[in-house]
Design a protein. Structure first.
Length: 146
């Protein structure tokens, strides 16, 4: 009888672990869907470009910046997504500020921020304030010119 109870308890523990993992995965999917929905509402408000010269000027820019798509969000690893959401919440942020918000190390956030910048999802700028140099990351606006 004791063996059956132990087996039952073990199975219940496994089920609890499995359910916690499913909940974590669903929360992650929900977060990604929220970002996709935000993206659609933003793009619905954008004006379409009709002037050919404006289209040519836009395509000739050398910026790596591009509009983030639903697929970009779905393809993001959980760590990268958390970093993106932190920058989205802060507007402009240093690596230290993002690390403080996410609760992760400066080195890890630096890797994620640079990855997002390399893919054209974030941009960075150098800022000098009170004699100190900072790198600030931000999500570019559609009307920004480089």
């Amino acid at each position: 009888m004791e063996g059956k109870q132990h087996l039952k308890s073990s199975t219940q523990d496994e089920l609890k672990t499995l359910l916690a993992e499913i909940l974590r995965e669903l929360t992650e999917v929900n977060d990604k869907l929220d970002l996709i929905i935000q993206g659609f509402s933003l793009s619905a408000r954008q004006q379409t470009v009709t002037d050919k010269s404006e289209i040519q000027a836009t395509t000739q820019r050398k910026s790596r910046r591009r509009e983030i798509t639903s697929m970009d969000i779905l393809k993001m690893r959980p760590g990268t997504l958390k970093t993106y959401k932190a920058v989205q919440k802060l507007g402009e942020a240093t690596c230290t500020q993002v690390a403080k918000l996410t609760g992760r190390t400066h080195g890890l956030e630096s890797r994620y921020l640079n990855e997002l910048e390399r893919h054209g999802i974030l941009e960075k700028k150098r800022v000098v304030e009170n004699g100190r140099h900072y790198v600030v990351y931000y999500i570019p606006k559609d009307d920004e010119q480089q």
